[in-house]
Design a protein around this ligand. Structure first.
Ligand code: NAP
Length: 248
């Protein structure tokens, strides 16, 4: 009998979930999905799941060796800044192949008014100069730099309420979880008379309707660029990741 190869998928994303589901169908593969443990009741992928940090690149390398992991797939979110670097270092140290699975970034189309920024400090500076009514489509942990905005109406959309210690001068909270529809996004931007939208370049189609609505309504989008990543083999589709696994 062939011994199953263990593949560790660093997840916490739709890609990680889809990969875990698809890998179930490939024979002689034992899949372990890893989640950071940020969400209280996460939707769990099928197969074995482990939760929590490894203790840096060294901890991940030790895990790979101890569990005789044959290959590592980094399917973490495009804005997970650290894990890709840890994965590159740990896979090299353990001497196993690594693949990055990452959804393509959004890119501006005709009619878009995008301003790319590297951090929220740059976004706040731009808003101070030119905005009156802002829509923040951000995670609640990222709102703090915007609390300093004064004289600007801020609409915050997040899955959970922001920390009560964050005091905005003039803010409205919209609690909602994607995916979002174009009609709803258009209505939200119109009824709040939004002139600037702030978001990260997450990519994917679950949350891109706001960009189309902004284009139609001639709203400026302040888009945070993705953080830098190590130079490792990468694919942008589930099918390509499955081909890589089959070729192991
Ligand atoms: P990060 O900055 O890359 O990671 C910080 C630390 O969290 C890592 O050093 C690692 O701890 C631990 N970690 C991250 N992903 C892990 C995983 N899949 N399994 C085990 N440990 C993990 O990432 P983050 O921005 O904090 O995001 C945490 C998780 O949420 C990621 O898995 C990501 O896919 C998901 N997520 C992030 C975003 C976002 O916008 N950042 C959005 C959606 C989902 P150790 O060093 O101790 O191993």
């Amino acid at each position: 009998m062939t011994k199953a190869k263990t593949i560790l998928v660093l997840g916490g994303t739709g890609e990680g979930m889809a990969l875990a589901e698809a890998l179930q169908a490939i024979p002689d593969i034992h899949i372990v999905s890893s989640l950071a443990g940020r969400v209280a009741n996460p939707k769990l992928p099928p197969g074995e799941v482990r939760i929590g940090g490894f203790g840096g690149a060294a901890g991940l390398a030790a895990y790979l060796r101890q569990n005789k992991v044959a290959a590592l797939i980094d399917a973490t979110h495009p804005f997970a800044r650290r894990m890709g670097w840890n994965a590159a270092e740990a896979a090299a140290e353990a001497g196993i192949p690594l693949l990055r699975l990452e959804r393509p970034a959004w890119s501006p189309q005709g009619g878009d008014r995008w301003i790319a920024v590297d951090d929220w400090g740059q976004a706040v500076d731009i808003l101070r100069r030119s905005a009156r009514r802002v829509f923040l489509a951000l995670g609640r942990q990222e709102l703090a730099p915007f609390a300093a905005l004064d004289g600007i109406h801020v609409v915050i959309r997040s899955v959970e309420a922001p920390d009560a210690s964050l005091r905005f001068a003039d803010a409205e909270l919209v609690l909602a979880r994607g995916p979002f529809k174009l009609d709803d996004e258009r209505a939200l931007l119109q009824t709040r008379r939004i002139d600037h939208l702030v978001c990260k370049n997450s990519g994917g189609d679950a949350t891109d309707a706001k960009l189309q609505a902004a284009r139609e309504l001639d709203i400026t989008v302040i888009m945070q660029r993705r953080p830098p990543r190590p130079d490792v083999p990468a694919v942008s589709s589930l099918a390509a990741a499955l081909d890589w696994v089959r070729a192991l």
